[in-house]
Each structure stands twice: as C-alpha cells, then as structure tokens.
Design a protein around this ligand. Structure first.
Ligand code: GCU
Length: 603
C-alpha cells in the first residue's frame, strides 16, 4: 500500500552522508536545547544497524525506526527504547553507568521532541561533539554521519521535522580504530557518547552561517574578514557593526553568499591583562547574528612571541577536558570549565594548552573572558596512519571544524596539528599539508605542534625535527627528571636549538599522589614532584629562547595506561591538582615561578 501523503523529500542517505556546513556561534541563535535524559540501548554487536550477514539494515528494520513492541506485539521487534535504560546528555557513558566504564562500542540514544517550524524557517540539529563515530536519524530515517570525537556538527532537518513527537535517534560508536584520529593508542580515557550539548537551531531561510572578524595580519589599525550566507537569497547587503568603535560597514555578498571586508579601526587590543571584547553584529537583510569579539595581533620575531607587538612569556598549563571533582568524566559545562580555568588563573597562568583535542566552546569563550591565551589542538597523536588518505581527510576535517568554530576567539593564538608524532617522510607530508590548510584558513594565528626532544651529546639536548622548519614555534614535550633520568638530571643538562624561533615547552612533569609523602627520591611522592619541578624551573631559566611553557598537567586524569593500584588506579597522576581538587607541591612551585615572571614582566 503506498502512503496517500507524499513523503517529504527525504535526503537520500549514503554511508558517508556528511553534516551540513558548520553553523558558528550557535548560542547566539534561536535554539532549543535537547539536553537532559535520553533513552539508550547498549548495542555491542550493532544489532540495530546490521543484519546477521553484517549488511546495513533498511531504516525500517534498524533501531532508527524506534518501534515499541508493546504497541503491537504481533510484530517481532527485539529492542525497545521506551523500556530500556537512560543516559544524561551531555555526558560520557563511561562514568554514568558502572557497566559502561570500559565499554567501547555502539550506544544508541533516543530523544523525542515537538517542534512547530513556521514556513520560511529552517531547522538544524547541532551536536557540540560526540565521540567518536555518529550516525543520526530522525523519524525513522538516517540523516547523516560524522566522524571525530571533539568538534561540532549539524544536520538540516527542515523537511523532516514534525510538529509533534519527533524521534531523534543517534548511534554513537567510540571504538578506537588504527586508521582513526586519534589512533588506537592514546594516554587518556576513551570517553564515549554524546559528550557535549545537543541543540535545535532555527534560522531564517537565508541566514548568516559563518563569518571571520579579526585584525588584519600585520596591520593593527585594520579589521578584516568575511561573511558567508546560506540559503536561496545569497546576494544581500550585509552590515558589520561595532557600536563602541562607531563602525558600521556594509558589503554585498556575491552569488555564493560570500563577501570579504576590511575597514580602519582603533580598538583596545585584547590581552590577558585587559581581555577587551566588543559587541559585534553581522546583519544581513534576512538574518542577524551578535557576537563578542576581541582584537589583537600575534606574531613571532626571532625567539620572541609578540602579542600586540609586545614580547610575552606564556605562563601556561596543559589541560585535559575532564570535569573536576566527583567521578571525573568528560567535562562539558561552563561551571566545570570555570573551576579548571580558575585553578590555572590561581597558578598565575596567562595561557592554557587545551590538550589534545578541541575542548568545548564554552571553555574557549570563558578563557577569552578571563584573559587566558589558548593553544588549541587536534588529536593527531602518536602513531597515526600517515599513509592512509581517509586518515588525512579525517584529520583535516577535524582541523577545519576546530578553526571554523573558534577563529573569532582573540585568545586562541596557536593551532596545533600534532602531538609527539614519530619522525618520517609520510608524517612530515601529512603534517605539512595540515599546516598549509591551517594557514590558508587562518593567516592571523601561529601554527605549531608538540614535537619531542632529541640528544645531541651526553647531556646536551635539542629538538632535531624537520617539522620545526614548518611551524612557528620550537614547541616540544620533554620529561627530563621523570621518563629521562631522575630529578638531579635537570641540573646537568643543557639545551641548544638550531632553529631560531620561540622555544615553547608544551609538556614537562612528574607524577605524585596528592598527600603521599616520602623521600624526595621516591617516585609519586609530593616531595619528588616538588624537587623535580624546582630543578626543572631552574633548568628552564637557563634555556635559550624560552617563550612559554605548559607543564603536564593541570589535573590528574583517567587513562587506561595508568593502572598501578593505590598509586594510579586508572589515573595519570601528573596533575598539579588531584582529581578531587587537592593542590600538590608542584602547583605551588609553578605559582611561585609564574608570580616572579609576572612581576618581572610588569617592571
Ligand atoms: C606525553 C603525552 C601526554 C601523556 C604524557 C604522560 O607527553 O603527550 O598525552 O599523558 O606524555 O606520559 O603523562
């Protein structure tokens, strides 16, 4: 029997149905939150997606159909969202349900909602992030797929949404894959699930989807950028206004909905001491978006990093996106972000390295308001499959999504394309393509990566990596005193850097159990941490061209690689703060040093 109602034109779903182009600054738009309690089905054999011959099921036979056996028990179903368990969204599943602590596989989520979409309006479902591979479906039909665990994605549902009882079904699979980004081996917990907020975003038929507004590279008196419309009426007048600067500039978008602009301006420059943000409106004829934007320049000169033309030392700390206190787990809320960034401020930081993947947008925006510079990174981490074109496409997609989302944040000054990746021609080619892509998308910021140290002589250390020629910083991780010798080794080594660029120590550190005391030679005691940190600070003060450092790591974090009972218990203990908020000896060593550096800089 054919339905008498012509089904709305459904997007034909291919295996790789990509999301719609990312809508930026969603919080400033007409949104409806879908956060809260969702129904869930744990499906380790992907029974809801494949038949017993591993062929993808037709939608009506898959869990996207969202059938309820209790409505018609004459039909064979073997799943039921309505009678299954729940999960909180946002949030990883590992720390919500004990049985999912180590789970790596598929979990299905289901959320019902009503939506009265008026004619002339469009509707998207926006995910802040879901780790790792997501397939979304609405009202029984797949709508799209996204790969990558830490960047936003949105699907248009304008032609599919109903006024009442929509069924949004989302399949999330967090299995690690050799060809993935990251690959199967990394030093953090593989938190799976819809780990950030889900929003319905309503827009006019033609709307302001994307824009870039920053100081023009090399010209502190010019604001430059572009705007991109999305919809049928692509050629419109668009006015960029910054009332506090008495600026109102109008451009006309071309047939693709794009227009660039630049105009003279004399803004107060954003900096950690004065994180000045301006109200900016991007107004087309059919849509208008408000944002808060800071203006600053970032560049290097020899071994100096210059913020607004002035030499700066980046007093930083590395941070994993893990909630403070409680059960740890993937952080997702502004309150959690505020605690983490508050600890960094208390330590005397003006900089945070958001490792090893893009953190939630609120973290970046909050850091911007607090005057914290940001190093933002994609999880091209350790032994990525450098020769796999799909792996490269995945990495580039995550880089593009990261830059798209945060390119208007003044505090983001470094895009990092990798962490501790093994030397080799394929790796160099892979990373140089990512670096070119970052520079093409955003010429206003620095591009770097966390490289590794190498030995030049018995106690002479350096960074010998071809990548150093391609990036703007000689940034690298070093663990003299922890993985490389004991604390006293910090006193004997010296450093030499052939590439004359700012030196940036993106990681150093030592493990300690909060409150564990003993001799300073005993690993995992606070005395060892204090001694190692003190010797490291003295070593850093001897380091030629040092322009910043982000010790590893702000807070103890979960990792499946850290198993030792009574010491690690699945936590990497290099946190300067314990997972329950206890400040360790190393925190105070850094605080003293950073306060000294800050007062010297103020002289
Ligand atoms: C590496 C790596 C981190 C890891 C750290 C450690 O440098 O970049 O992700 O957690 O070392 O071993 O603690």
């Amino acid at each position: 029997m054919t339905s008498c109602l012509m089904a709305a034109a459904l997007p034909s779903f291919s295996q790789e149905n990509p999301p719609a182009p990312q809508i930026i600054n969603v919080e400033a738009r007409q949104t409806t939150s879908l956060d809260g309690v969702w129904k869930s089905i744990v499906d380790p054999y992907e029974n809801g997606y494949y038949d017993y011959r591993l062929k993808p099921l037709a939608d009506e036979l898959s869990y996207f159909a969202d059938r309820d056996f209790n409505e018609d028990r004459t039909v064979l179903y073997e799943y039921n969202f309505n009678t299954d368990k729940t999960l909180q969204v946002p949030g990883d599943w590992n720390t919500q349900r004990q049985e999912l602590y180590y789970y790596e596989g598929t979990v299905w989520y289901r959320r019902n909602f009503d939506y009265d979409l008026q004619p002339g309006k469009r509707l998207f479902v926006y995910f802040g992030a879901a780790n790792y591979e997501t397939v979304a479906g609405l009202n029984g039909h797949k709508i799209g797929k996204h790969t990558g665990g830490y960047t936003p994605f949105n699907f248009e549902i304008t032609d599919m949404v109903k006024a009442e009882n929509n069924s949004l079904v989302v399949k999330v699979d967090n299995r690690r894959k050799p060809e993935g980004v990251p690959t199967v081996n990394c030093d953090w917990w593989n938190y799976g699930g819809i780990t950030r907020s889900v929003l319905l975003v309503e827009t006019p038929e033609t709307f302001v989807r994307d824009y870039f507004i920053q100081l023009k590279k090399g010209d502190m008196r010019t604001i430059a950028g572009w705007v991109q419309l999305d919809g049928p009426e692509l050629s419109q007048d668009v006015t960029v206004s910054i009332p506090e600067l008495k600026i109102s500039e109008t451009v006309t978008t071309d047939g693709n909905g794009y227009a660039s602009f630049e105009f003279k301006a004399k803004p107060e420059y954003w900096c950690p001491e004065n994180p000045k943000l301006y109200d900016v409106t991007v107004a087309a004829e059919t849509d208008s978006v408000n944002d808060r934007v800071g203006f600053r320049s970032i560049e290097t000169s020899g071994t100096d990093i210059l913020l607004n033309g002035k030499k700066i030392f980046c007093r930083g700390v590395s941070i994993h996106e893990e909630m403070p206190y409680g059960k740890s787990g993937r952080a997702f809320s502004e309150d959690q972000d505020r605690i983490l960034l508050g600890w960094a401020r208390e330590m005397g930081c003006n900089f945070v390295r958001l490792a090893h993947y893009p953190h939630n947008e609120a973290m970046v925006r909050l850091a911007e308001e607090m005057g914290l510079l940001v190093w933002s990174e994609i999880p091209v981490y350790w032994t990525i499959h450098w020769e796999n074109p799909d792996t490269y496409a995945n990495a580039e997609s995550q880089l593009t999504d990261m830059i798209t989302r945060d390119k208007n944040r003044a505090n983001v000054v470094i895009w990092s394309v990798a962490n501790e990746t093994p030397h080799g021609d394929a790796r160099l080619k892979f990373l140089s393509s990512l670096i070119s892509k970052a520079r093409e998308m955003d010429p206003t910021r620095l591009v770097s990566a966390a490289m590794e140290k190498s030995r030049k002589g018995k106690d002479l250390l350096t960074v010998d990596d071809d990548l150093a020629d391609l990036v703007d910083l000689v940034s690298f991780n070093q663990y003299v005193g922890w993985y490389d010798g004991n604390s006293e080794k910090c006193d004997r080594v010296s450093w030499e850097f052939p590439v004359k660029k700012p030196v940036f120590i993106s990681e150093f550190g030592a493990g300690a159990v909060y409150g564990r005391h003993g001799d300073r030679t005993e690993r995992f005691t606070e005395e060892y941490m204090e001694d190692m940190y003190g010797r490291t600070v003295r070593m850093l003060e001897r380091m030629p061209g040092l322009a910043g450092t982000t010790p590893w790591v702000l807070k103890d974090f979960r990792s499946p690689r850290r198993q030792m009972p009574e010491v690690q218990d699945d936590f990497n203990r290099k946190g300067l703060v314990s997972d329950q908020g206890g400040k360790k000896s190393g925190f105070y060593v850094m605080q003293r040093w950073y306060r000294k550096l800050a007062s010297e800089a103020a002289e």
